[in-house]
Ligand binder design. Structure first.
Ligand SMILES: Cc1cc2nc3c(=O)[nH]c(=O)nc-3n(C[C@H](O)[C@H](O)[C@H](O)COP(=O)(O)OP(=O)(O)OC[C@H]3O[C@@H](n4cnc5c(N)ncnc54)[C@H](O)[C@@H]3O)c2cc1C
Length: 400
């Protein structure tokens, strides 16, 4: 009998794991992907969507043909329950799917309840729908400009996107001739500029400080948000930051249904894993990408989350697949790649400029860390977007 591999989720982590497993196991395995979305979303381009530089079609593609070509079954449904003891997953139409190996790649959802008023009074860019809403608000803002705030709340982990949006906002304000009249403020839980939720990188604080100064951006560091009113951010120290336009990055959580399986997830809904990406309790259940829990190795005065970006997500998928293949062949699943030891590779875009971020490890202690500023970073992000969408659409998931 062929091994049944079931993958929940179909974005960076899910596509990579499913297609790589099928490549490696061929006719020895039936691979099935379950996802409530039949679109791949290239989230790194969401920072451009509100400014009209991209639309939905530019940063998404239909996953069904990709899976068909790769010989992977695609089920356009949401998983609603996992029963690891019976090796069964229930879907939202009430049907069940049996598996021999399960890969949980269900990613994140916004914690909309992070502070009162967030959902009603701020915009965000963490999903395509939200970024479109942020775009409608931006167009209204251009008709009636005022102050702008870009913020990352306590517990947020996606600081890179907040910085990118901040610098792109500054660039757009300049283009619209509004730069001198609009006060732009960055509010962040990070203890210092350029912490990024990964403890910072050499000279990052100075570099970002310089960028912010050059752009005339005011900063409120190491501070939580208490609430969002219509037109003002209420901060934890009782001060307020008025705005006509606000983009706020909230913390992420794992998917709700995972809480229904005892012993699977932590309080945030992230699946607790070993360095093999097997779950703590079950050898045949894996979790990868944003869905996997990562220990935060520090305490900051205002809590910050860890960014689980695309590169480590892919590395987790490759590691999990190597282990599943080993198990199918009767070997020990001994491939390991702890999140903190995965290299950091990222580009932070700033409109027509940017910073390339490289480090030998996601988390300290590190031997090397490098930030390379300049317009080549912007060009690199443009090239990477095209390359990555091509690579995923055509199922070339093992390419770098
Ligand atoms: C605004 C923004 C900008 C970013 N910029 C960058 C960047 O510049 N560089 C970078 O490296 N990373 C960036 N990231 C991070 C990157 O997007 C993540 O690393 C990546 O999305 C993680 O992929 P994932 O597959 O783990 O999770 P997700 O992308 O969250 O995908 C989860 C998948 O699970 C599916 N799913 C959800 N619920 C269920 C269910 N019940 N059953 C089955 N399937 C389900 C979803 O439909 C989706 O297909 C950015 C993220 C954001 C939000």
């Amino acid at each position: 009998m062929r091994t049944r591999i079931l993958v929940l989720g179909s974005n960076f982590a899910g596509i990579t794991a499913a297609i790589e497993a099928k490549h490696k196991l061929g006719d020895d395995a039936d691979v099935t992907v379950v996802s409530p979305s039949d679109q791949f979303v290239f989230n790194p381009s969401l920072i451009w969507l509100p400014f009209g530089k991209r639309d939905r079609a530019d940063l998404t593609f239909d996953v069904a043909p990709t899976y068909e070509h790769a010989g992977v079954e695609f089920v356009h449904r949401a998983a609603t329950r996992i029963d690891p003891d019976r090796r069964l997953v229930t879907l939202d139409d009430g049907t069940t799917r049996a598996y021999d190996y399960l890969v949980i790649a269900t990613g994140y959802r916004n914690n909309d309840d992070v502070v009162p008023g967030f959902r009603e009074n701020a915009t965000t860019i963490t999903t395509v729908d939200e970024a479109e809403r942020a775009g409608r608000a931006w167009r209204r803002f251009l008709d009636e400009p005022g102050d702008v705030v870009v913020a990352a709340t306590q517990g947020a982990g996606c600081f890179g996107a907040a910085y990118e949006f901040l610098f792109n906002t500054s660039y757009q304000l300049r283009k619209a001739g509004l730069h001198k009249d609009v006060k732009l403020t960055y509010v962040t839980a990070e203890p210092f500029l350029g912490h990024f939720g990964i403890g910072g990188l050499p000279h990052g604080e100075q570099l970002l400080g310089m960028f912010l100064k050059k752009e005339g951006i005011e900063t409120r560091l190491s501070i939580g948000i208490d609430h969002v009113d219509d037109g003002a951010l209420g901060l934890a120290d009782g001060s307020t930051v008025p705005f006509s336009y606000a983009m706020v990055v909230p913390p992420f959580l794992g998917q709700d249904f995972l809480h229904d399986t005892p012993g699977l997830v932590d309080e945030k809904g992230y699946v607790q894993v070993r360095p093999t990406y097997q779950t703590q309790k079950w050898d045949d259940v894996y979790a990868i990408g944003v869905a996997a829990a990562v220990d935060v190795p520090w305490q900051t005065p205002t809590p910050v989350g860890i960014p689980k970006t695309g590169f480590p997500t892919e590395q987790m998928a490759h590691t999990a697949v190597a282990n599943i293949v080993a198990q199918v062949k009767g070997e020990a699943p001994d491939a390991e790649k702890a999140f903190g030891d995965i290299p950091a590779v990222c580009v932070m875009d700033a409109g027509n400029n940017g910073v390339i971020i490289l480090a030998d490890k996601m988390l300290p202690p590190r031997k090397h860390g490098l930030l390379i500023p300049g317009p080549q970073a912007h060009l690199m992000k443009l090239g990477f977007e095209k390359y990555y969408l091509w690579k995923m659409r055509h199922g070339h998931v093992t390419l770098p």
